[in-house]
Design a protein around this ligand. Structure first.
Ligand SMILES: CC(C)(COP(=O)(O)OP(=O)(O)OC[C@H]1O[C@@H](n2cnc3c(N)ncnc32)[C@H](O)[C@@H]1OP(=O)(O)O)[C@@H](O)C(=O)NCCC(=O)NCCS
Length: 408
C-alpha cells in the first residue's frame, strides 16, 4: 500500500475530512458542512493519499499564543487529526505530523499547539502539557461572597451580533494577560453567532451578557446556555457557561454573581476555569464551588527554541543551560543557554555544561510554566541537582498560571 503525503487545498473539501470523520465515527449534515467550510478555509491541511483517496488528515490553524510576560508567538493550532480505521497504526499520523511541522516551521511558527483526545498520542512528537484546567459547578443559592464585588457599571444582555463584537474586543485584550491563551479566529465567533441547533445539545440558545464599566466600555462578558430541569415539581435549571472573561477578578466575580442570581437557576456549571481561579476564595463557602474535573488541556511543541525562550519573560534575572533531547525533530534540540529576567531574555546554543537535561515535551511545559521542573524531576522526566531544581522552579514559573479556554 503506497501512501503519499500531500497538502490539501480548497478543492479537496470535503473529501479531505473523510478520514477524520470516520475516525471519530461522525458525519456532517448540510448545515454542519457549511459551518465547517469556514474553519477549513482558515487551515493549512496535509493529508495522506492511498489508491486515489484520502486516508489520513491533519490541519493547522494560524494562531497567536501568549507566553509568560504578555509575550505572543505565532503557533500552528493542530486540528482535525484522524486516520481511516482501516489504515491506523501504519505510521500515517507520524508522517503527517512530520510534514505539518515542516510547513509550520517554514511559515515561521515558533510553536505547534493542540488539544489531545488521548494523552498518550502526542508526547512522541515532542508535545508537552502547556496548560491545565478545572471544570466547576456552583450551587447558585449558596454563592455568597466574602468580599462583594462593587459594580459601578452595568450588565447588558445583547443580541449575538452586538454581544460577539463586544466579547471579541474583551477577549483580544484579556488573552494578552494569560499565558496559554490563543487568538480566536473570526470563524469561531461566527459559529457562536450562528448558534446552530446541533451545538446546543438540547439546551437553550446562547445568551450574551456583557459588562460595561462606569464609562460604558465593555470590560467583561459571559456566554451561557440554560438547561431546564426540575426536582419534585420545583424548577431546577442549570446555567451552562461557555465563556466567562473579565478585565479583572472583580468583573469575573460580578459575572458569576449575575449567573447565580438568574431566576430558576439552581446550579452554574463552568467547564473551563484556570487552576489559579480566585472565585473559590471569593465565596463564604468555597466548597460550594466544586471541582468536577481537573486535567491537562493545551499541549505545545517548540519549533524554535531560542525564539520561544527569548520572547517569554521570567520573574527575576537568572541563567540556566538546558540539554534538550528532541527525538522527533533532532535539529530543534541541543544545548541552550536561557538567560532572562522581567524585562528581557536571551537564548542561544552553547557548549557550556548543562544544568538540566530533559526532553522536548518537558521543555514545552517549562516554556509555559505549566509544570514545575522539580515535579518533572520527581516524575523521572527531567534531570538536575536539587539546588538547580529550586532555582529552575522559581525561574520558569508563571503568574498567572497558563490557561487556555478555547476549544479548536
Ligand atoms: C490517533 C490516530 C490519529 C493515530 O493515527 P495512526 O496513523 O494510527 O498513528 P501512527 O501509526 O503514526 O502511530 C504512531 C505511534 O503512536 C501510537 N499511537 C497512536 N495512537 C495512539 C493512541 N490513541 N494511544 C496510544 N498510542 C497511540 C502508535 O501505537 C504508534 O506507536 P509506535 O510507533 O510505538 O508503534 C488514529 O488512531 C485516529 O484517527 N484515532 C481516532 C481519532 C483521534 O483520536 N484523533 C486524535 C484527535 S486529538
Amino acid at each position: 500500500m503506497d501512501i503519499v503525503i500531500a497538502r490539501g487545498g480548497p478543492d479537496d473539501f470535503p473529501q479531505l475530512l473523510e478520514p477524520v470523520l470516520a475516525a471519530f465515527g461522525d458525519s456532517l449534515n448540510d448545515e454542519q458542512r457549511e459551518d465547517i467550510r469556514l474553519s477549513y478555509d482558515d487551515c493549512h491541511y496535509v493529508g495522506a493519499r492511498s489508491a486515489g483517496r484520502w486516508v489520513g488528515t491533519m490541519g493547522a490553524y494560524p494562531f497567536e499564543v501568549t507566553l509568560p510576560g504578555r509575550a505572543r508567538v505565532a503557533a500552528a493550532g493542530v486540528t482535525m487529526v484522524g486516520v481511516l480505521p482501516t489504515h491506523r497504526r501504519r505510521g500515517i499520523t507520524t508522517r503527517l505530523m512530520d510534514g505539518l511541522l515542516d510547513d509550520a516551521a517554514g511559515r515561521g511558527d515558533v510553536l505547534a499547539v493542540l488539544l489531545a483526545m488521548e494523552a498518550p498520542i502526542y508526547g512522541r512528537f515532542g508535545f508537552g502539557v502547556a496548560s491545565e484546567f478545572t471544570s466547576v459547578a456552583i450551587e447558585a443559592d449558596r454563592a455568597r461572597f466574602t468580599v462583594d464585588p462593587i459594580d459601578d457599571g452595568e450588565l447588558v444582555l445583547c443580541d449575538p451580533i452586538e454581544g460577539s463584537k463586544l466579547a471579541e474586543e474583551v477577549w483580544d485584550r484579556q488573552r494578552l494577560a494569560r499565558p496559554g491563551a490563543i487568538s480566536r479566529r473570526p470563524w469561531m465567533w461566527e459559529l457562536w453567532r450562528r448558534d446552530r441547533e446541533h451545538d446546543r445539545k438540547g439546551d437553550s440558545a446562547l445568551f450574551w451578557a456583557v459588562h460595561l464599566d462606569a464609562s460604558g466600555s465593555s470590560d467583561g462578558y459571559t456566554t451561557y446556555r440554560i438547561s431546564e430541569g426540575e426536582h419534585r415539581g420545583l424548577p431546577r435549571y442549570t446555567a451552562k457557561v461557555v465563556d466567562l472573561v473579565g478585565a479583572d477578578a472583580d468583573v469575573e466575580a460580578i459575572l458569576l454573581r449575575f449567573l447565580c442570581s438568574l431566576d430558576l437557576v439552581r446550579e452554574v456549571e463552568i467547564p473551563l476555569r484556570s487552576v489559579d481561579d480566585p472565585l473559590r476564595y471569593r465565596l463564604v463557602d468555597g466548597r460550594q464551588l466544586q471541582v468536577t474535573e481537573l486535567g491537562d488541556f493545551l499541549w505545545a511543541r517548540i519549533l524554535d527554541v531560542p525564539r520561544a525562550f527569548e520572547v517569554r519573560r521570567y520573574p527575576f534575572d537568572d541563567a540556566l543551560v538546558v540539554e534538550v533531547e528532541d527525538r522527533f525533530r533532532p535539529d530543534v534540540g541541543g544545548r541552550f543557554l536561557i538567560a532572562g529576567g522581567p524585562d528581557s531574555a536571551h537564548c542561544e546554543r552553547t557548549d557550556a555544561p548543562a544544568d538540566i537535561e530533559l526532553g522536548a515535551s518537558e521543555l514545552a511545559s517549562l516554556l509555559f510554566g505549566a509544570v514545575a521542573p522539580s515535579v518533572l524531576a520527581d516524575a523521572g522526566r527531567l534531570r538536575a541537582d536539587d539546588a538547580t531544581l529550586a532555582r529552575a522552579d522559581a525561574f520558569f514559573t508563571s503568574t498567572p498560571k497558563p490557561f487556555n479556554a478555547t476549544e479548536f
